[in-house]
Structures are given as structure tokens and as C-alpha cells.
Design a protein around this ligand. Sequence first.
Ligand code: DGY
Length: 319
Amino acid sequence: MSRVVVTGRVPEAALEKLRTEHEVEAWAGPESIGREELLRRVAGADAVVSLLTERIDAELLDAAGPQLKVVANVAVGYDNIDVPACTERGIVATNTPGVLTEATADIALGLILSATRRLGEGERLIRSGQPWKWGMFFLLGSSLQGKTLGIVGMGGIGQATARRAKAFGMEIVYQSRSEIDLAIAAELGTRRVELEELLAISDIVSLHCPYGPATHHLIGAEQLSAMKHSAYLINTARGPIIDETALASALREGQIAGAGLDVFENEPNVHPGLLELENVVLVPHLGSATVETRTAMALLAADNTLAVLSDERPPAPIN
Ligand code: DGY
């Protein structure tokens, strides 16, 4: 029997699965586990099931000890894990791709609709108790039909977002490290372009690339000024892909029309410049937040853990 430390609350089904074979110690506090407590708890663990709120770095791996075999992140993104540090120590790192694709694409579409149709502004207006009535020019937004969606990062989530946008009558272009499957490109009627062209021609730019040194502040002042004044920027990937200070000024000065953000540079803090603007929709990292999706993510993390502890290849290895 191995010792599995789970760093935060996860759906019970995953804990039950792990408990059938191993001793499981799961943090159950309402708040995130503190760093000190985490370092103390991982000591002697054979597996760590981690949430994206916990930093899994060399210090933590060393605090766990040389018996640690696997770090199973309950997320598709793994910028919270120092993967090279895991690899150096012979520790397998895993993530949860695939199972959150549709839920995250739903949120991307939700943000596109909320931003372009000014749903947040309308909601705030009604709740504020201000008088309002139907008017020909009241809270006019922008239609999606016939507009161009530029997808940055055309992996599974980018493709699922494109599929939804196509159903809304949008044209799709994308920028990605590699070409997508030709049959999928044909089905979506999409073509690959350079980021420069994508920014210049898109009415909506939606970010779906992973975060890392290569994508840190991929969208900054220069890229925002390359976008149309009527364009919207959507981010359901990772906050630091956007330079939030530059975004706040672009939105304030009308450089772009609006934005929809599910992720932030310094979560859970939101740039104060964004908080005061009407033309940005802000939601608290809800991309994968459905009961079904979170359960599937936790079960996949459990499968990854169980496989490595049985010396088998896990379903979703990172390194
Ligand atoms: C992920 O899995 O990376 C998501 O951001 C979690 O919602």
C-alpha cells in the first residue's frame, strides 16, 4: 500500500477509487492548504495529487522525499508544476487533458456572447435599480454571424471553441505551432495564419494556448494595438498570457471594444484597472467548473496515480 497525499478537495469518487488500493490523506479544509502544511504533509508520500493552486517545485519534491513516484495534477494546464524538476528526480508528472475540453469551450463561448452582447453591463444595470426601458439604441452589442474568430492555440479546446463558433455563423482562422488535421480544418472551414495576421483580421481573438515562457505576455500593448478597434479579446487559458496592464489601458482607451476573461495574471487578484471598466466581463476561473467535468478530471488524476503506483504507463503523462 502506498501513501497518496491529495492537496485539496476533490470529488469523492476519485478518493474512493484511490482508497481501494492505497492509504489516502486528502486536505479537506475550505481554504487552500497553506505552503507550510503542504510541505509537512507530503513528507513520505509516494504520490501527490495536486490542484493548480499548489506550486509543485523542487522544494516540495525534496520535502516529499526520494520515494515520491508521481505528481498527478487535477488540471490540463500544469504551469504550477516544475516538470524538469520532476523529471530530474525520476518522478512522473501527469495532467487531465480531454475531459475538460467541452466545458472550457462552453465558457469561451459564454464569454464571447457576454462580451459582445453586453450581458454583464445589462445585469449590473438591472441589479443597480436604475430605471431602464427598451430603446432602439439601448446597450447595442455586436453580432457574431459572419464575423471572424481568431483562435490562438488550436488544440482540443481551441477546436471545440471553433466548432461552437461555426454554429453561430462565424468564420474561423487559427494560429498554432503546427497545422491541425486537414479533415478537421476542412470541417471547420479554417486556415492557419501568423499571429500578426490573426490579430489584424479577427473580430474576436480567443486564447487557447498553454502558458509557459514562450507565451508569457504573448498579448501585450503591441498586439492589442494590432487588433481592430471593434474587436474583443477572450481568455480561458492562463492569465499571464495577457499583459493585464496593457489590456486595461487598451480597453479604457477604446483600442479594442471589449474582453472576456476567465483567468488572471495573479489569481485570485484581478488587476484594479480592469475592475473599474464596463467593457470587460470577468469570471473567476470557471472553465472546467461543472460537476461532470470536475468529477472526470479527478477520476483521470486517480487513474494516472494508480497506474504509476502499479508501475504502468499512466493515461496522461506530461514527462
Ligand atoms: C485546467 O485544467 O488547466 C483548468 O484551468 C482548470 O479549470
